[in-house]
Design a protein around this ligand. Structure first.
Ligand code: FNR
Length: 363
């Protein structure tokens, strides 16, 4: 996998790798199948170049973005990732504090090792208006989904992110090889405790089901006032369909290459999605974002913001809250710098024609 080896992200990645148990490192770092989608997410950004605009008098760029249930001071959001206590003993609380301090959105995973109420409380201790979105896998039992949504609402989450790319679990060779399928003793998927059908002293397993459909999404919409973003959309027709179902936003994602290994790089799928959506709702992207240039490339192709998964886990594993803060500061600082170099006054002041293929004729 062509991952960062230099700079702040490379340093944190190296430190995380040295600190983590190999099976936990592999869980965070790995992907499905032959890890083609995982590698391509990163590589595809390397195939793209940015055409700067000059002498536009843009001034200092403003990196703030307006999103459903959040105003963020940076277009770099934290993508939902499972099990932060495997990376650091403070787990999701540390991530939440760093996100709040940076003024960005934490999309907290349903598979977190800290209950959502405690995640939001940690963020709000730092900043009273911190935005935390709750990532949800729709459950085959409607009462389980409903109980999870009530918890997210009561915790103070300001949007739901429904992950739609996981009708079945991805097959991850590294986890199979390492026999990594369960959390170590003392850690659990805390959001899954005390749900309908759960055993008294253990959390319910997160279910994935290929029987889930747009009907389930509609059912969810009828039961919550929170804006719903659909994560894992790659086909333009699904983007249109999601709008028809009232989605407040989309996240173009292949789950960091952890589900369908044959999926395209997300930045390659993005233009057709933004075209289909035509500005009706915000489109976000995650997968392979490792620099400010990657962020600006996605913005130029029509993304409203991006999510980062693994780099946040590197920061968390390496240095806890301070490491996550360093990742966010580095990516946001680079983004502001690249915006300035491209003559952009803010995250929306970019055009698709500024992204070109490297090596192509006619550039
Ligand atoms: C994820 N991702 C993920 N997505 C989701 O909707 N719910 C989840 O619980 C998880 N868990 C998870 C764990 C780990 C270890 C990783 C690496 C990823 C996917 C995540 O939200 C995002 O789509 C990718 O991580 C983005 O790609 P990068 O930034 O890691 O390249």
């Amino acid at each position: 996998v062509p991952e960062a080896t230099s700079g702040v992200l490379g340093e944190l990645r190296g430190k995380a790798r040295a600190r983590l148990e190999p099976a936990h490192w592999d869980f965070f770092e790995g992907g499905a199948g032959r890890e083609t989608a995982l590698a391509e997410n990163v590589r595809a950004f390397g195939r793209l170049a940015l055409l700067p605009r000059v002498l536009r008098g843009a001034g200092e760029p403003d990196t703030a973005v307006e999103l459903p249930g959040a105003r963020a001071s940076t277009p770099v959001l934290i993508a939902p990732t499972a099990f932060h206590r495997l990376a650091h003993h403070e787990g999701e609380r540390a991530t939440a504090r760093a996100a709040a301090a940076a003024g960005t959105v934490l999309i907290t995973s349903m598979a977190s090792t800290t209950a959502v109420a405690d995640v939001v409380a940690a963020a709000r201790e730092v900043r009273a208006d911190a935005a935390v979105w709750f990532q949800l896998y729709l459950q085959p039992r409607a009462d389980v989904t409903e109980a999870l949504v009530r918890r997210a609402e009561e915790a103070g989450c300001t949007a739901l992110v429904v992950t739609a790319d996981s009708p079945v679990f991805g097959r991850r060779a590294r986890d199979d090889r390492n026999g990594f399928h369960d959390l170590p003793p003392g850690m659990a998927a805390e959001n899954m405790r005390g749900l309908p059908g759960a055993p008294p002293d253990a959390p319910l397993d997160i279910a994935m089901s290929p029987a889930l459909s747009w009907d389930h999404l509609r059912g969810l919409r009828e039961r919550t006032e929170l804006p719903i973003l659909v994560k894992g959309v790659l086909h333009p027709d699904d983007a249109r369909h999601a709008i028809g179902e009232g989605a407040a936003g989309l996240i173009v994602s292949n789950h960091g290459g952890r589900q369908l290994d044959a999926a395209p790089a997300t930045v390659e799928a993005l233009p057709r999605i933004t075209e289909a959506v035509a500005g009706r709702i915000p489109v976000l992207l995650d997968g392979g974002i490792r620099s400010g240039a990657d962020v600006v490339t996605a913005l130029a192709l029509g993304a409203a913001a991006v999510g980062v998964g693994r780099p946040v886990l590197w920061g968390l594993a390496a240095e806890g809250e301070a490491g996550v803060a360093r990742v966010l500061a580095e990516l946001t600082g680079q983004t502001a710098h690249v915006l300035a170099l491209c003559g952009a006054r803010d995250c929306a002041d970019l055009n698709r024609d500024q992204v070109v293929l490297r090596g192509a004729r006619g550039v």
